[in-house]
Design a protein around this ligand. Sequence first.
Ligand SMILES: Nc1ncnc2c1ncn2[C@@H]1O[C@H](COP(=O)(O)OP(=O)(O)OP(=O)(O)O)[C@@H](O)[C@H]1O
Length: 337
Amino acid sequence: MGEPILKIDNLRTSFRIKDDYYPAVDGVSLTVNKNELLAIVGESGCGKSALAFSIMNLHSRAKIEGNISFKGQNIANLPTSKLNKLRGKDMGMIFQDPLTALNPLMIIGEQIGEILLIHGTNSAEKRKERVIELLNKVGIPRPEHVFNQFPHELSGGMRQRVVIAMAIANNPELLIADEPTTALDVTIQSQILDLIKELKEESGAGVILITHDLGVVAEMADRVAVMYAGQIVEIADVYTLFENPLHPYTRSLLNSVPTANEEQSTLHVIQGVVPALQNLPREGCRFSARIPWIADSAHEKNPQLHEVSPGHFVRCTCYKDFHFPDRDKEGNRHVVS
Ligand SMILES: Nc1ncnc2c1ncn2[C@@H]1O[C@H](COP(=O)(O)OP(=O)(O)OP(=O)(O)O)[C@@H](O)[C@H]1O
């Protein structure tokens, strides 16, 4: 694993709702190293996209506090003119929906070419050469033809490849992919993910991959951060996270993935949903309401991340007493009345 490329320290991103600000990202600290893929997982509404958008400074009206250090420079709240020098060059982003990332009125060749032009490739001939090279790289057949097409003339999978080509056009050192395959069918999904993995391995970029899909995490990630209600509740290398998940939320997420073994018949699916931003509990363990059978005394008053083994952090002490409702702490099944 390489040296750190991104260091986030105590990030808090708040949105204004009526007259108050509510943090959607609440005290997140993490590091991404060169040649490392950090997966961020959690249910809808946990703050994953809010975190990604904060790094790229793409929120139009959010309050951002804390430190985001990219290659040693604090980029939180950097003026747009300075940020634009980084975005699309040193940092690239792949969005959930390729259509929103593409300009419907511009041919593909011009859209990718524009990113090259902004960052200094002045010769039109060189830009065209590079665009064709990029289209080839992301597996687009007949790149010369696609160069002159508009986004609506391409399939969803091809459009997402174009977005990836744009994100990597200037060989970024950090790539953020926010649910990059959500809009795509399964076979295309795995091709796109292979492409992201290949890019990381080829260029040594640091990658943040936001996904709901734990299968994808197991296959792609070096490390995994689990987010719940705006906070990281567990972070570990991928092997440790799957072999020894500790936080009740992580265990519930993993437990809700159907497998072919006998556990499937005894799946305990976590009840409830992530509360709306205005209703998030801000004190105590934010997950406690969803595991009501765990005693209040098991939770910390002000839950901290504890390093339980090197690089493996878990928030709150409730993991020590956690069990699913139909099991005891040792994992033995008992009948619930
Ligand atoms: N611009 C905004 N204004 C107000 N609230 C917002 C805004 N953007 C996001 N939120 C709220 O912040 C919380 C976190 O949202 P976010 O989109 O980051 O979640 P997520 O984990 O990425 O979910 P998904 O997987 O559905 O994208 C949610 O409660 C969401 O409703």
